[in-house]
Write a protein that binds this ligand. Structure first.
Ligand code: NAI
Length: 706
């Protein structure tokens, strides 16, 4: 047999094992190998049945996404169909048992469903996660799964991409049995039993029970669709998956499969698939750091100390506790400490209520927490994370203190969102140990961790922070040390532009709605109200004397601060908020104030279109991103995309701001920015890299995934 698929007979059963590490993906050669093995099985008198199994850590974890991406981008036109293989397995003259460990996903589950029987170890997980890369199951998954488990359950799995555990899979009817951990021998025993049976071996494609859309199913589908309008807003693949599954109620298998294939092809060509596949590869590329010596190893982190139990310190503490890392949480006084601890407890209690954690899990987490008022207690920590107020002098003092107590080799991290890591590091005798670990609020939920390298940060501290991010279940992205790093540096021109549009005549609701409908999790003004307009004002006070005098500044900054329109926390900001509500309501009287302040500043009022709102805010983001990239503060263009998807709620199906620029066309973006520079002023000067890419006909993708 081929190297990718092996065949041997054990105890009268043919063992067909797939060996395509790391995840036995269905790359070139694998389907052919399985097909040859099935042919061999037919003629092999020494085998009465077969077991199909994956070598190594898992069964087939899915299609070869690189190949899918080539077809999606148009670089390759044809994808090999799995259907002939599925048919060959199902029509085999001897029973074929699929033995699953690790995961059986996408094409892997489709192959499993074409086997006559399926058994798995208890820890195995199964699913059709195609929607997560913007497509639907394309090898009969939407036609086979409902034949096994019914339309409603299959639609839910295909439309959400949710993975199920082996016990749930048995309950639903995807698996025939859970077997012990000696999977191969258990599966062989199972196969021998099947071979002895006089009954015909079940073929999924011929099952026709549970394929009616009765009232209950109708209700289930309706609920599913409603849920998706929120969770998968702006995406098409989930609705297409439901459509394909529902076909089973009235189309025979062959016709249903052809219709599925057409829906699959339409998805594959969509910008949604391009964006989500780009996000998929970009996320996997962030851990590659070109200048990190190969022999650098990460220091294991077994304990942490966190300084400051405010909004961020509390959330960061929870992230560590959730990863099983003990934390010493230090505050200035008992009152602040009690407040911080109460918030942590309240948040955990809410998680228990929502069913995310059990009481025991929370208790275990809290048992790992040591509240403290003394620096003495940080002595044993492998990492110290500072999360006190955003003030350079204060942070320098605190780092000098930490330096006096932390053990040798400990990582000293700051959660600053804008300040200079080198300045902070200069307060210690060990700048090589200092690094930025910039979490996003709420820190126990948001997946992004910007890891900021200072000029002296050692490779080992960088490698350790990257490994730690994974342990905390975050996506760690390494960035350079400039004002606001990558995320906030870009966010500033983006939110400024949103405010300029208001000053020129757009309403708060119009600006936010345009960007929300583009796909952002929230509009920019709602985000400012969430983060606190007082925070923006404070940062502005720190930097305003350093800004060039020809830069336009938002006119409402001082007003918002002095009128205590700080946002959600004071019940009013760009919006007004009813007590206890997070949803902002339009505030007509405040809109009038914006108009009058703008007029006072000599700004002409006009009608603003949604198209202008999108162009000005998004192109401001892209222009700053291009600058960051050419100045070397981001390793890859795709790293910027990941920062925006995981830290700022940019729609993943648009692939991130830089990928979006490629999709719009660099030339178009550049041309419009040049016009805006003429119309608006020098802050719209195009980044030299944009001009360069336009002239050379290149794209940001040239700076991706390397
Ligand atoms: P916060 O005001 O909620 O908390 C700061 C805490 O630090 C307070 O509880 C204070 O008592 C404590 N503290 C001050 N001096 C201390 C000392 N010497 N020892 C121990 N504790 C001390 O502030 P927040 O929002 O948590 O911000 C903290 C840091 O995180 C800042 O650098 C901020 O820029 C950054 N950050 C904030 C984000 C946000 O959305 N709030 C997002 C990302 C970063």
């Amino acid at each position: 047999m081929s190297e990718l698929v092996a065949y041997h007979v054990q105890d009268g059963v043919a063992v067909i094992s797939i060996n395509n590490p790391p995840v036995n993906a269905l790359g070139p050669g694998v389907p052919e190998g399985i097909s040859n093995a099935i042919t061999k099985l037919h003629a092999d008198h020494s085998a009465q049945a077969a077991v199909l199994i994956g070598s190594g850590k898992t069964f087939i974890a899915g299609a070869d996404i690189k190949q899918l991406a080539l077809v999606a981008s148009g670089a390759q036109t044809k994808l090999q169909s799995l259907s002939p293989l599925l048919r060959a397995i199902e029509d085999a003259s001897k029973p074929v048992v699929c033995a699953i460990h690790g995961t059986a996903l996408g094409g892997g589950l489709e192959i499993a469903m074409s086997c006559h029987y399926r058994v798995a170890v208890k820890k195995a997980r199964l699913g059709q996660p195609e929607v997560k890369i913007g497509i639907i199951p394309g090898a009969e998954g939407t036609q086979r799964l409902p034949r096994l488990i019914g339309i409603a359950a299959a639609a839910e799995l295909c439309a959400t991409g949710r993975m199920i555990s082996a016990p749930e899979a048995v309950k639903l009817g995807v698996l025939d049995a859970i077997v012990g951990d000696d999977l191969l021998n258990e599966a062989i025993r199972f196969a021998k039993n099947c071979a002895g049976s006089k009954e015909p071996h079940p073929k999924t494609r011929e099952l026709s029970k549970k394929l009616i859309i009765d009232e209950r199913t109708q209700e289930g589908l309706q609920q599913l669709r409603q849920g998706l309008t929120k969770k998968a807003r702006g995406m098409q693949a989930p609705a297409r998956a439901i459509e394909a599954v529902a076909l089973t109620s009235h189309l025979p298998f062959e016709e249903g499969s052809q219709a599925e294939s057409q829906l699959f092809q339409a998805c594959l060509k969509s910008s949604e698939a391009k964006g989500l596949m780009h996000a998929f590869f970009s996320e996997r590329a962030v851990s590659k750091i070109p200048d990190l010596p190969k022999d650098v190893t990460a220091t294991p982190i077994e304990s942490a100390a966190i300084i400051g139990a405010g909004t961020m310190g509390g959330g960061i503490t929870m992230s560590y506790l959730n990863a099983g890392i003990p934390v010493v949480l230090k505050e200035v006084d008992q009152e602040a400490l009690n407040r911080g601890l109460a918030t942590i407890r309240k948040n955990y209690a809410a998680s228990v209520k929502r069913g995310k954690f059990t009481e025991e899990q929370v208790e275990h987490r809290l048992s790992l927490l040591t509240p403290s008022l003394n620096y003495e207690d940080i002595k044993e920590a492998d990492i110290v994370v500072e999360a006190v107020f955003e003030n350079l002098e204060l942070k320098k003092n605190i780092f000098a203190e930490i330096d006096g107590f932390a053990k040798e080799g400990a990582i000293l991290a700051s959660n600053t969102s804008t300040l200079d890591i080198d300045q902070i590091a200069s307060a210690t005798r060990r700048p090589e140990s200092v690094i930025g670990n910039h979490f996003f609020s709420p820190a126990n939920i948001m997946k992004l961790l910007e890891i900021v390298r200072g000029s002296k940060t050692s490779p080992q501290v960088i490698a350790s922070s990257m490994a730690l991010a994974k342990r905390l279940r975050k996506v760690g992205v390494l960035v350079g040390n400039c004002f606001g790093f990558v995320g906030n540096r870009m966010f500033n021109p983006y939110t400024n532009e949103a405010q300029f549009l208001l000053e020129e005549g757009a309403s708060v609701a119009q600006v936010d709605k345009a960007l929300y409908e583009f796909g952002w999790a929230m509009g920019p003004l709602a985000v400012l109200d969430l983060a606190g307009n007082d925070v923006g004002w404070r940062i502005h006070q720190e930097v305003k004397h350093t800004l060039p005098s020809d830069r336009r500044q938002p006119v409402m900054t001082d007003y918002l601060y002095h009128e205590k329109r700080w946002g959600q926390k004071t019940g009013k900001g760009w919006y007004r908020y009813e007590a206890g509500q997070r949803l902002g309501l339009s505030d007509e009287s405040f809109e009038k104030v914006i108009r009058s302040e703008a007029r006072k500043a000599g700004i002409e009022q006009r009608t603003i279109t949604d198209e202008e709102i999108l162009e000005r805010t998004l192109y401001a983001l892209i222009n700053e991103g291009a600058r960051i990239l050419e100045e070397g503060f981001s390793i890859r263009s795709s790293d910027i995309d990941i920062i925006y998807i995981y830290g700022y709620g940019f729609p993943a199906y648009r692939g991130g701001p830089m990928h979006y620029a490629d999709q719009v066309g660099i030339k178009k973006v550049y041309k419009r920015i040049c016009e805006l520079e003429q119309q608006q002023g020098p802050w719209w000067k195009p980044a030299p890299l944009l001009r360069q890419l336009t002239e050379s006909g290149s794209t940001f993708a040239a700076f991706d995934h390397q």
